[in-house]
Write a protein that binds this ligand. Structure first.
Ligand code: ACO
Length: 338
């Protein structure tokens, strides 16, 4: 077996890698949306700002049997590297994962990284959904430490009626005098971009991170705009709802749903944040509910939204569950000093 870096101009290798990602998805998380080669290729060509990526393939007799992708932060978290490592379901338990992991460690060290972070799905009792827990057994066998848990929850358009959404909104808005709703698609309005950058910089400080060694990320206007340009280049549609504090004109809370180019029914819940200075006004509830109404008014086929929350983030979880999000599985964060 050879482990070689993917050349994104090698269309045959890219296609084999893409087919492998879809086989892994069908085995491990079959309810994730299908992607398309075109969409994944755009992702390879347009990494998120602040990140450099490497993608390596395990090749046996000319066939891709596994792969790993390293995400190397280049603006902050310079000691960290995230790894996404997978082996074809029919080729597991033959040492391919172990060989890929050793290569990932070698590449992480070559990039001066000292902390490797990865996530793996785990069955969450009570959901009725069974996941292949191989990733967690594998991470433990590699010597990584379980440091944090997220839970994925899923919202479906028929989880809650529009009448109930509007009733929750009417109640929540009673607590939000002096605030106004604003919605936008792919580009935050110029008068709000600086306060969005401020909120983006707060996220890692404010959200529970358990034992994850992840330092706060610094966003400025240029980084926000660069992120929007990359999202557009990747073909991602975005729907955002924000709350403006009328007195200062600043964004006090906002949330975004992103739909990847390869799907017309599925959205990822991206950031949701309320400025600590403006808590206690139900702003988190309002932006979440207003945004599903906004997104579906813009894109009626949007039926499903997936969100991840720290298992201990009770405030966000109670907002999500009240609007109909239901548990799917745990995502264990693994961390290793290398
Ligand atoms: N049950 C118990 N132990 C396991 C299992 C399992 N299903 N799978 C791997 N291990 C452990 C064993 O100790 C194994 O050694 P052994 O076979 O000598 O007992 C060791 O991990 C190495 O196993 P490999 O054969 O090298 O791993 P494999 O090629 O099967 O790939 C992988 C493992 C990558 C986890 C695969 O199951 C997969 O693609 N899962 C889905 C994606 C995923 O969860 N990725 C891992 C994220 S965590 C991380 O990267 C640190």
């Amino acid at each position: 077996m050879d482990i070689i870096e993917l050349d994104i101009n090698d269309s045959s290798a890219v296609e084999q890698w893409f087919i492998a990602t879809q086989k892994v998805r069908v085995h491990d998380i079959p309810d994730f949306p299908e992607s398309t080669l075109e969409c994944e290729l755009k992702g390879l060509r347009h990494p998120w700002p602040g990140n450099r990526e490497e993608l390596w393939l395990a090749v046996e007799n000319g066939n891709v049997v596994g792969y790993f992708q390293l995400s190397l932060p280049i603006l902050d978290n310079l000691s960290n590297v995230e790894v996404d490592l997978c082996v074809l379901p029919e080729r597991r338990r033959r040492g391919i994962g172990r060989a890929l992991y050793a290569k990932a460690v070698e590449r992480a060290r070559a990039n001066d990284r000292t902390t490797m972070i990865a996530m793996a799905p785990e069955t969450l009792p009570g959901t009725g959904i069974v996941r292949d827990d191989a990733g967690n057994a594998f991470a433990a066998a590699m010597g990584a430490k379980r440091v944090h848990e997220d839970v994925r929850r899923r919202w479906e358009a028929d989880s809650i009626s529009e009448v109930d959404i509007r009733a929750q909104l009417t109640e929540a808005w009673k607590h939000a005098a002096g605030y106004e709703l604003v919605t936008w698609r792919e580009r935050v309005p110029d008068n709000l971009v600086e306060s969005q950058a401020y909120l983006d910089s707060r996220l890692v400080k404010d959200a529970p991170m358990g034992g994850l060694a992840w330092e706060p990320e610094n966003f400025d206007v240029a980084r926000v705009r660069a992120g929007e340009e990359v999202a557009a280049a990747r073909g991602r549609r975005q729907f955002a709802a924000g709350i403006v504090h009328s007195e200062t004109g600043r964004l006090a809370a906002y949330t975004v749903i992103g739909m990847d180019g390869g799907t017309d029914w599925h959205g990822w819940q991206l950031i949701t944040i309320a400025d600590p200075d403006h808590r206690g006004h139900r702003l988190g509830t309002i932006v979440k509910l207003e945004n599903v109404l906004f997104a579906r008014s813009m894109w009626p086929e949007l039926w499903v939204v997936d969100t991840w929350n720290a298992a201990v983030n009770q405030h966000m979880i109670s907002i999500n569950e009240a609007m109909g999000f239901r548990k799917m599985e745990t995502w264990v964060n693994w961390q290793q000093k290398i």
